[in-house]
Design a protein around this ligand. Sequence first.
Ligand code: SF4
Length: 176
Amino acid sequence: MNQPPSPDEGPGSDDAPLGGVHLKYLHHCPRQLWLYTHGYRPEQRSDLVAFGEVIDETTFTRRRDIDLGEAKIDWVTAGAVIHETKSSRAPAPAHAAQVRHYCLLLERRGVAVRGGVVHYPLIRRTVDVPWNDEARDQARQDEALARSVIAAPTTPPRLPRRECRGCSYLDYCWGD
Ligand code: SF4
């Protein structure tokens, strides 16, 4: 198991990279975010993650990833509109938060961002994610909250078990 990063060098520090997965985990479960950034990575073996990657790779074959280093955006269309694909069958606040974070990252690089769209190919739905002052404030607050969770000296508490269904950390949190 890896040593926890020091707050000065890990994503808890103010200028450290914070990617979409950090925001997704923050909204799903702060404990998941903390464990992830402190070197626990069971999701690398998760069937659910593998399934999501397959959906991701086969749904939109002509898109172009935008690799920002700390975050990989599924694709951006003229405007700029950020697109994110999810294998989930239900829209979740975490997905929109992830897109807002990408909007913020692109805007900081000087891109005039117009908004985002989350695609759910399994249920043939899309959800628009507006980008405006309110969304920008929300993205900044999420970023600050994620950094504070990561920098916490102890692991955040578990969620109620019914909310852990499908989480790749299930065995870690609830195993013997
Ligand atoms: S198993 Fe539950 S408590 Fe543990 S990280 Fe996942 S959602 Fe959080």
